[in-house]
Write a protein that binds this ligand. Structure first.
Ligand code: ZN
Length: 815
């Protein structure tokens, strides 16, 4: 039988090193990059020598060098860059690995599983042998060799087994690993309590590397992390960074069950592990901090990243049905919408029954390479749900739209729903899907509702009636964001103001605030408001903001969320064709108006928050959040005052949250203090790569009119390099969000990103391809800019030797 082993190590098997059952053999041929072996019978022992040069590996896939250490990244198809192998996730094997090398350069040798033997060799070498008893696919293989130090701790599992934990970093970074270790222990405990999942080995290692394409990787018992999601102390990391570290540490740890013990049959099933694990990390973070605030943050990401993906040329179902390069499908759709789809099942089943479903999934598929269908069946059986129609959420792309009206007659309120799922590439016609909507009907007079209801829409059109309302009630719908859909309805601004003030679901309160602003800005941008209407719209928003600023019952973490204006990309999403400059101008105009109108309230808020003692309590975090929020509005309304206040906040800062918040505002202002503070920040943190990343990102995301020139100059800065993905992302990703930079009417911003893609593609195609989607939005941008965006995509497409990654993204974006 011929066995095909994937390989892209770039050449044939080395001469005379192919061994079958202990003897040299020539029963192999090459087929392109793949190795074909033809042997009689079923079972053989095969030996292949390969020689690779990790320091020449700029793709950061396979075995590569980073900062003097060696490490691996094998998901999705990196293992074949180490050796020829049936590199598919449904091939489960146990691994025994022997590593040998110079002891001075590589004193620490780590691999999956347990170290079973170690010793000294000749000429200053040493070796270690590791064995992982759990069968796993090659994408979960990992090894690390380097000069590393560890923070060590232990965790005792629910059945009383002791696990040795270690977080490995470079010397000098050890003091910034405490939060990562705490997060790991919390995650281990939480997964036992919430999902009944116990850890299954004696050791759990985390290694931080500074060159990494993604956030982190769940290799069995040897998680490899981007330093960004490990290292933190108050001086160098913001509260947001702390939260992200907790979330990613949780995420990778949770994969031990949802990904490693039960893995994916093929890469079409990616959401089986990613959607589920994102849901698990979201629930974990909610339990560690504030549930409603976490929900709002997650929905904000979904709307600003996933919704545009779902309505653009790269739209795909959470279980994609085709790909050329799987790396392109590590998307917000597979991850975040995937999590929303599971969350809907949980909402329909209830927490307890959902848990019975996941228990059944884990026990019935332990040790297997499973499918999304296996998961759905387990939930059906374990939770007692019929998910026949619900399966459409796995196969249909696009964000469903739910149109709704509320009628009132006699004492009956009637809700009429119509759902449509928009056409997406390759999917012109869609079927209605089950949409679970949590809703409540409020009595206008008492400000109370008659109990929350869950309605499940499963037809194109449906209506539901509710009795007992002498007056027309106020409807609160999609509470908690129970379904990842866009709601379209006629609603008065009085009703929205009512909900913003009275809704007992904090998410719904946030939603009402957002809705008020979105409706106002969209109407202004459409030119459908006269001056008087525009003014009264602003007054309503001002009143709602003023109420939020003055509400003593609100905690500051929540207040901070309520004060965030809907983002430019979400606003653009509301329009068929968007003009980024107009959106920017209108949104900034509103911000300035609020900053002026409510100046004294923002000043008071800043002063009150400044008096709150520091630390990591929710109160202290909330105070820091609103402090920087207040600065943002003041900067828009009264730049002079804001510059002084921000400078003072910067100078007094004893933590990165305050310092970055202040510097962000200064960076956006045309004030003499700007350059001075940027220089101070740079000098203060010179040599700390993660903080210098922030320095690049702050300048690249700024509202400053010259952001384009700034980014051009920063690309020539000695600290800039295309070789480090964090550095590339920190300069260019924020830039793609700038209306005055990326979307400069001249097209220069688009050209810069296209140039970046072309320069980065030969080095690191995976990271290069991630810059294509911002250009791919051209169809939804006003025609003058759309032409320029398209032209850049065409220029990329015409380049010789484009990687599969970039080629796929560019051609899909042009089709
Ligand atoms: Zn993951």
């Amino acid at each position: 039988m011929a066995q095909r082993l994937g390989g892209s190590i770039g050449r044939d098997v080395a001469d005379d090193t192919f061994v079958v059952d202990g003897a040299l053999s020539n029963s192999w041929t090459m087929d392109g990059d793949d190795l074909l072996i033809t042997l009689p019978g079923d079972t053989h022992e095969i030996g292949i020598d390969t020689e690779i040069d990790p320091s020449a590996n700029s793709k950061l896939m396979g075995l590569y060098a980073s900062n003097g250490m060696l490490c691996t990244q094998c998901e999705a198809e990196g293992f074949r860059r180490i050796t020829f192998f049936p590199d598919r996730p449904d091939v489960l094997s146990t691994y025994t690995v022997r590593m040998e090398g110079p002891a001075d350069k590589f004193p620490v040798l780590l691999c999956n599983g347990n170290e079973v033997a170690a010793g000294e060799g000749d000429n200053g070498t040493h070796w270690a042998e590791w064995h992982d008893p759990w069968p796993k696919p090659s994408y979960l293989f990992a090894l690390v060799a380097g000069n590393l130090v560890a923070r060590r701790d232990t965790f005792t599992t629910m059945s009383g087994r002791k696990v040795d934990l270690a977080v490995w970093v470079r010397e000098g970074d050890l003091s910034r690993t405490e939060h990562a270790m705490e997060s790991l222990k919390n995650a281990m405990k939480w997964d036992e309590e919430t999902f009944g999942r116990e850890y299954d080995l004696e050791v759990f290692n985390i290694v931080a590397v500074s060159d990494f394409n993604m956030g982190a990787m769940e290799n069995k018992s040897l998680n490899i992390f981007n330093t960004k999601y490990v290292l933190a102390d108050v001086e160098t990391a913001t509260d947001g960074d702390y939260d992200a570290i907790e979330g990613v540490i949780g995420h990778e740890y949770f994969h031990n069950w949802s990904g490693d013990r039960v893995t994916c049959r093929d890469w079409f099933q990616l959401s089986l592990k990613e959607g589920f694990t994102v849901l698990r990390d979201q629930l974990f973070s909610a339990d560690m901090g504030s549930e409603p605030v976490k929900r709002i943050e997650d929905v904000r990401v979904l709307r600003s990243v996933q919704f545009p993906e779902d309505s653009g040329p790269l739209a795909h179902p959470i279980r994609p049905d085709s790909y050329r390069e799987i790396s392109n499908f590590y998307t917000a759709t597979v991850y975040n919408k995937g999590a929303e789809v599971l969350r809907m099942m949980r909402t329909m089943a209830g927490e307890e029954r959902f848990r019975q479903g996941t228990d059944l999934y884990f026990t019935s598929h332990d040790g297997e390479a499973a499918t999304c269908e296996d998961f759905v069946k387990s939930i059906e059986q374990g939770a007692g749900l019929d998910l026949t129609q619900f399966r459409l959420w796995y196969s249909q792309a696009g964000t469903p739209k739910v149109h709704l009206t509320l009628d009132h007659e006699g004492d009956t309120a009637t809700l009429r729903f119509a759902q449509t799922v928009p056409p997406t590439p390759g999917q012109p016609d869609k079927k209605p899907m089950p949409i679970p909507l949590k809703l409540a009907l409020f009595d206008r007079k008492t400000g109370k509702h008659h109990g929350e209801q869950l309605v499940i829409l499963n037809e194109a059109q449906q209506s539901f009636s509710f009795d007992g309302f002498a007056e027309p009630p106020v409807l609160s719908v999609n509470r908690g964001f129970s379904a990842p859909v866009a709601i379209e309805r006629e609603v008065s601004s009085e009703d929205l103001v009512f909900l913003a003030e009275h809704d007992d679901d904090p998410f719904a309160r946030y939603e009402a605030m957002q809705d008020i602003v979105v409706r106002h800005l969209c109407a202004t941008l459409a030119g459908s408001l006269d001056d008087a209407q525009r003014n009264s719209g602003r007054q309503a928003i001002g009143a709602a903001f003023s109420a939020v600023l003055g509400d003593a019952k609100l905690d500051d973490l929540m207040r901070g969320e309520l004060l965030i204006l809907p983002g430019e990309s979400y606003l653009a999403e509301q329009m068929l064709i968007a003009d980024p400059a107009a959106i920017r101008a209108e949104r900034e105009g509103l911000k300035a108006w609020l900053g002026q109108t409510l100046e004294s309230q923002f000043v008071d808020l800043h002063e009150r928050a400044r008096a709150v003692p520091g630390g990591t309590s929710a109160e202290a975090k909330g105070a820091r959040k609103v402090k920087s929020q207040a600065l943002v509005y003041l900067a828009a309304g009264n730049p002079g005052l804001a510059a002084r206040t921000a400078s003072a906040q910067y100078d007094a800062a004893d933590n990165m949250t305050d310092r970055q918040g202040a510097l962000m505002v200064l960076t956006s202002l045309q004030t003499p203090g700007r350059t001075h503070k940027l220089l101070d920040f740079y000098n203060r943190f010179k040599g700390n790569a993660l903080v210098i990343d922030k320095w690049f990102a702050l300048q690249a995301s700024s509202l400053h009119p010259n952001v384009l020139e700034h980014v051009k100059a920063l690309a020539k800065h000695p600290d800039f390099t295309l070789k480090n993905p964090n550095r590339v992302r920190s300069l260019y990703m924020p830039f793609t969000g700038t209306a005055q930079g990326f979307h400069a009417a001249s097209g220069e911003g688009y050209r810069m990103i296209a140039d970046l893609i072309l320069a980065l593609d030969p080095l690191n195609p995976q990271t290069a391809a991630r810059f294509v989607p911002p250009l791919g939005r051209w169809r939804r941008i006003e025609p003058g800019r759309a032409v320029l965006m398209r032209k850049e995509l065409e220029r990329i497409a015409a380049a010789p030797k484009l990687s599969r990654d970039t080629y796929e993204q560019v051609t899909r974006s042009l089709d």
